[in-house]
Write a protein that binds this ligand. Structure first.
Ligand code: G4P
Length: 534
């Protein structure tokens, strides 16, 4: 394939993720987008992959959720001749790490906000990750049919809490029971809201300008005047929408609507097609890889175990970054320094898996894996590079893993190793004594681990609570100070799965004083330091 043909394929694609605090309407919006793309025919076809706290102790529920989240991890659909790859992200905070990693594989995001609740905690954290990578964001303010907050107030909150400038591209006429629809600022038309409608078409009224009497006729004089005032304020206060600022992640366009009523989504999707970036370049430890490079590269950002415990194989999700991926062609597995080919790679069009012959930058494909992949693994046509930005985060919850069936130690070791490779949790082993500590970002993972060890590996374990504050990776070129540190802190020093030195700090205060005392050491809070130092 020559570079012109490759460029045509790249320009046909958009890869994005939807992020939100749980319950803001991510699943509902996803479903409506798939309906637009014709990937599903009926509402209710997308199951929520929400993992609720109440489900935590219901193991059947965890299994069910895992099944669903395989099915909805990636959903590709075509809309107006563009191939859209939608990557799902778990909203539950305990699965935040999974979400962070998924965000490394997208080129832009749509952020859903609940107009009643405004910006919630999880939204702030997710936006931090977007900011770290300069990912362009479109905001969808959802649930306008409910008595939500004043839209200007919401815009202020978005700017303040998400630290990004915003620019409304549509504007609501009232809210809640009196919600009449939105005025689209870019083409001066009104979309009228009818809560009882289920079909996709929306009633559109073209308005030549805001002084048009048709506006008063359609929504009544009072609302028309309010809208005129609001728009004047918006034009005066917010800077005009700029494609460049959006692509540089400095400005987020905002749309208002109601996902469950299928309202306000079409114009957002159309705008998304117009402005969302094509598959972009990606950083590696050696250089930036451009999507237009003819040689194939890609990285694994998610690994999912088979839900059927009888089949130990897993699916590794790979984002194609450059060139063309081909079925049955040998590629280079950089970390293992080996050649590898795939006889049945799949894509996920609609919600079905189908075997594909090739894939292009922006595509996410599923590779059947029997244990060769870890999160962050890179495939190339021979070049020794590793993609960056797929870190393990410093965990915040710690428990000691205790084997309760010594006859099954091997199974336990294998299970734990595989689960950590999937990115479910991190394992730290004490330098002396082999004490095993599991670190996660959320409590729910411990239940998932215990359940999966039992059901998939036949191993049984229990956890004892540990009161650590944070784990961080420690490096230094000052051998003498490192040695003193290792001697003084021996009881809280562990090794991660790659034998890197990890310090488990009891409290924020201890962490701070240790950092001050050992000023020649570097304390890292993501595993990315290995690439930074490479
Ligand atoms: P999530 O994936 O972000 O967690 O949210 P999800 O789409 O599951 O939506 C959470 C709840 O909000 C659902 O109600 C959903 O129907 C509702 N919802 C979504 N969009 C709108 C909207 O525009 N207006 C209103 N009023 N509600 C909306 P639920 O009762 O939790 O579930 P369900 O029984 O309706 O499925």
């Amino acid at each position: 394939m020559n570079s012109a043909e490759l460029l045509t394929e790249i320009k046909k694609r958009r890869t994005f993720g939807i992020i939100s605090h749980p319950d803001a309407g991510k699943t509902t919006l996803t479903e409506k987008l798939l309906l637009f793309g014709g990937a599903i025919q009926t509402a209710g076809a997308v199951k929520s992959n929400k993992i609720t706290k109440s489900a935590a102790s219901d193991f059947m529920e965890i299994e069910r959720q895992r099944g669903i989240s395989v099915a909805t991890s990636v959903m590709a659909f075509e809309y107006k001749n563009v191939l859209i790859n939608l990557l799902d992200t778990p909203g539950h905070k305990d699965f935040a790490e999974d979400t962070y990693r998924t965000l490394t594989a997208v080129d832009s995001v749509i952020l859903v906000i609940d107009c009643v609740k405004g910006v919630e905690q999880q939204t702030e954290r997710l936006m931090e990750v977007c900011r770290m990578r300069d990912t362009p964001v479109i905001v969808f303010v959802n649930k306008m049919d409910l008595e939500g907050r004043d839209p200007f107030e919401l815009l202020d909150e978005l700017e303040e809490k998400l630290k990004i400038n915003v620019r409304p591209l549509s504007w609501p006429i009232n809210i809640g029971r009196n919600f009449k629809g939105v005025y689209k600022l870019y083409d001066h038309s009104l979309n009228l809201f009818n809560p009882n409608k289920t079909e996709i078409e929306t009633e559109v009224v073209e308005i030549k300008e805001l002084t048009d009497p048709l506006l008063d006729e359609t929504i009544g004089e009072k609302d028309a005047n309010q809208l005129r005032e609001d728009i004047e304020l918006i034009e005066g206060v917010y800077e005009p929408f700029s494609d460049d600022l959006y692509k540089d992640a400095l400005l987020a366009p905002v749309f208002f609507g109601s996902a469950v009523n299928n309202f306000g989504i079409e114009e957002m999707l159309d705008t998304f097609l117009d402005i969302a970036p094509f598959p972009a370049s990606r950083p590696t430890d050696a250089r930036e890889v451009e999507p237009t490079e003819e040689k194939f590269t890609g990285f694994v950002f998610k690994i999912h175990a088979n839900v059927d415990p009888k089949h130990r194989d897993r699916i590794a999700f790979l984002r194609v970054c450059s060139g063309m991926f081909e079925r049955n062609k040998f590629f280079h597995h950089v970390r293992n320094d080996m050649k590898i080919k795939f006889s049945s790679p799949v894509n996920f069009v609609g919600q079905r898996k189908s075997i594909i012959d090739n894939a292009f930058p922006g595509d996410v494909i599923g590779l059947y894996d029997t244990g060769t992949f870890k999160i962050g693994d890179t495939l190339t046509e021979g070049e020794q590079i590793m993609f960056k930005g797929i870190p393990s985060f410093s965990p915040e919850k710690f428990r000691e893993l205790v084997n309760t069936d010594p006859m099954k130690s091997k199974q336990l070791d294998k299970g734990i190793r595989q689960l950590t490779e999937e990115g479910v949790a991190q394992l730290f082993i004490h330098e002396m004594g082999q004490k095993k500590v599991i670190g996660t970002v959320g409590d729910l993972q411990f239940e998932v681990i215990q359940h999966r060890l039992q059901h998939e590996y036949g191993a049984s374990c229990r956890f004892t609570s540990l009161n650590f504050h944070k784990a961080c990776w420690v490096t230094s070129t000052d051998k003498a100070q490192l040695k003193t540190f290792e001697q003084t802190k021996a009881n809280v020093l562990y090794r991660d799965k790659d034998k890197n030195l990890v310090f488990l700090a009891d409290s924020a205060w201890i962490l701070e004083t240790t950092q001050k005392k050992f000023d020649k050491l570097q304390f890292h809070f993501t595993s990315e330091f290995k690439l930074e130092e490479a």
